[in-house]
Design a protein around this ligand. Structure first.
Ligand code: G3P
Length: 273
């Protein structure tokens, strides 16, 4: 499974690439705002074009998702083309992030504008990351439209299930891939029992029909979810920096290090340093 860093924070992105385990970057408007606000609050004046350029250079040949902010098909296509034209020249690694359905409740944007924009941009050879996927059928339509990456939001599915059941939880709390029994019933929404279940169903669909799209498990908030995304066969997991960092932690590893360090034979060190 490839690991992308889900961040627009240049320091975090640089660190993940220095560790040598990052296979790409995903950003979204909220992540960009967080990164920009952090810099501005430190009194830095930020040139956004050069900031994004540095992200792309750091990612090198690995893919970076940059999201559109327009919501109608025409606007998303025009903006997607502009983003691609402006930034893909830097390192040849840009993909355009498009919501599967950009409509708000009852606005005049049609529900298929995202799909139309994906189809048009991929038709021009521009890779697209289809975002905000919450059902396997949305994933199926995104695959049919030619999305390179399809991003089911696992953590937000778990939030939704727990909210509906009026459970108390913290955003990063583990929620079992197999789902949870609540009031003697398996908690589910339209046949989805957890965020990882959604990821697994999306993987099954693209694999079953041989779509070239890759499933990019998103909105993952803890390390056990990463494990379950990998076991579900997700092609990619995009992770916050904190989750990447947590993946190597274990108290027995720390304890083992202390024991080995206490037992070091000085001559061994002399011989090998
Ligand atoms: O990649 C999507 C991600 O940034 C959303 O995460 O934790 O806000 O649901 P979250």
């Amino acid at each position: 499974m490839k690991i992308f860093i889900d961040s627009a924070d240049l320091d975090e992105i640089r660190q993940a690439f220095e560790w040598g385990i990052a296979d790409g970057v995903t950003t979204n408007p909220s992540l960009l705002k967080k990164a920009v606000d952090k810099r501005v609050s430190k009194g830095e004046s930020l040139d956004l074009k050069s900031y994004i350029t540095q992200i792309l250079e750091t990612a090198g040949k690995t893919p970076v998702s940059l999201e559109v902010t327009e919501t109608a098909a025409k606007g998303m296509i025009t903006q997607g083309l502009k983003i691609y034209e402006m930034f893909n020249a830097v390192a040849g690694n840009v993909n355009i992030k498009i919501p599967v359905n950009p409509a708000f409740q009852n606005d005049d944007v049609t529900h298929f504008d995202g799909i139309q924009a994906i189809k048009t941009l991929t038709g021009k050879g521009i890779p697209v990351n289809c975002t905000l996927v919450f059902t396997p059928e949305q994933a199926l339509l995104a695959a049919k439209a030619g999305a390179t990456y399809i991003s089911p939001f696992a953590g937000r599915v778990d939030d939704d299930l727990r909210k509906k059941a009026e459970m108390k939880f913290d955003k990063t709390d583990y929620f079992s891939a197999e789902g949870t029994i609540h009031e003697d019933m398996l908690l589910e929404d339209n046949g989805i029992v957890s965020g990882i279940d959604l990821v697994a169903q999306c993987v099954d669909i693209v694999t079953h029909y041989g779509f070239p799209s890759e499933i990019l498990a998103a909105s993952l908030r803890n390390t056990r979810q990463v494990r379950e995304a990998a076991l579900a066969g997700s092609h990619i997991a995009t992770l916050p920096f904190s989750v990447i960092r947590d993946m190597l932690k274990h108290h027995k590893t720390y304890e083992g290090m202390k024991l080995f360090t206490n037992d070091i034979v000085p001559d061994y060190v002399k011989l090998t340093k």
